[in-house]
Ligand binder design. Structure first.
Ligand SMILES: *Cc1c(COP(=O)(O)O)cnc(C)c1O
Length: 367
């Protein structure tokens, strides 16, 4: 079976983790500081603040935007549940805009029609490793006085017109086990704003500026040096990691582009994709439903993932939630029934990529 993700570490990670273990200081310390500095430089921002996961990164980022009850955050319904959970945990109300079928990301025109007098934050999610179309989104945010918070959990190092995900306002990242960079659990917040960065550092550490001097009611959102030690070597070779993912993606695109009913991911000249996922759409023309396609893939020994099978507001947990405002989003609704992600990770061999292409071609050809 070719797995949909594969997590592997090298001698550098082992070495650095041992160094932390032997130092006897395993909580937040110098390794976390190094990771913050190096991550800030990857993204091209003044500040990176490490936290314990990508969800708390979102919660903390929302908290420093000083939202009032009833204030709305407009985002995409086609994302991982953490995006919505963070909005709710921060006490805000979630509203939703539709997406583009070509890049799977939030559609600026739909954002514009969902802005109300209570909208305060625009939260694009850069899905699968590719950024949303930021120019029209930035324009709308500016015209309506909205803050931009980019959920970049899947898009470490992705760019749009040369600017990185997480550099348009506040950005958040996840280092969960399956993400492009991982510490098992972990997260990061990025910003150029000195004052927000300062508040975030205080907020993640119990609201404490110095020992027992509490400025705000805070959290324990700290990352540990043990975790940072796992991330530093991955960061050092991240260009190569993305290069391998990109090469795999290029081969998959070339091999699958002419298969009827399989729509390969769209690339844009001015956006650098970091290929967290390689996601195709299985349309009617394939003669198969998405779920039939996925089970045949499994039979052929190819692991596949469906990210995400339903829109968030279509789950019972949120359907009647007073702070979850559902809207009509026809594109997102259809796309959620069509998407399948195929393996694109670094551990794939050339043979694996050939096997994936053959399996998809045979399954659709035999339908
Ligand atoms: C993974 C992810 C998160 C949450 O990150 P965790 O580290 O798992 O808390 C948030 N948003 C998106 C889009 C994600 O993919």
């Amino acid at each position: 079976m070719i797995p949909i993700t594969s997590v592997r570490f090298g001698a550098e990670e082992e070495e650095l983790v041992l160094q932390v273990l032997r130092s006897g200081s395993i909580a937040q310390g110098p390794m976390v500081k190094r990771l913050e500095d190096e991550f800030a430089s990857l993204i091209g921002v003044r500040h990176a603040i490490a936290v314990n996961n990508g969800t708390t990164a979102l919660v903390a980022a929302l908290e420093v935007l000083d939202l009032e009850p009833g204030d709305e955050v407009v985002t995409t319904p086609f994302t991982f549940v953490a995006t919505l959970n963070a909005i709710l945990e921060a006490g805000a109300t979630a509203t939703f805009a539709d997406i583009h079928e070509d890049d799977f990301n939030i559609d600026a025109a739909s954002v514009a029609s969902n802005i109300t007098s209570r909208t305060r934050v625009l939260m694009p999610v850069h899905l699968y490793g590719q950024m949303a179309d930021m120019d029209p989104l930035t324009e709308i945010a500016t015209a309506n006085g909205l803050r931009i918070l980019e959920d970049s959990a899947q898009s470490h190092g992705a760019t749009y017109k040369g600017r990185s995900a997480g550099s348009f306002g506040l950005g958040t990242f996840s280092f969960y086990a399956t993400k492009n960079l991982t510490t098992g659990e972990g997260g990061m917040i990025t910003t150029d704003d000195d004052a927000l960065a300062d508040r975030l550092r205080v907020l993640r550490n119990q609201g404490m500026r110095e020992r027992y001097v509490y400025e705000v009611a805070g959290h324990n959102y700290r990352l540990t040096d043990l975790q940072a030690a796992i991330a530093l070597p991955q960061l050092a070779r991240y260009d190569a990691t993305v290069g391998t993912r990109r090469a795999n993606a290029e081969r998959l695109i070339a091999g699958l582009a002419s298969v009827p009913g399989v729509v390969v991911p769209q690339q844009y000249e001015d956006r650098q994709h970091v290929w967290h996922q390689f996601t195709v759409r299985i349309t009617e023309q394939s003669g198969l439903t998405r779920d039939e396609f996925v089970s045949k893939l499994q039979e052929a020994g190819v692991g596949a993932g469906v990210y995400y099978p339903k829109l968030l507001f279509d789950y019972d947990a949120y359907r009647n939630h007073p702070r979850v405002i559902s809207t009509d989003v026809p594109v997102a609704k259809r796309v959620a029934s069509e998407v399948v992600s195929l393996p694109v990770h670094n551990a794939l061999t050339d043979d694996d990529v050939s096997t994936i292409i053959e399996a998809v071609t045979n399954i659709v050809g035999g339908a």
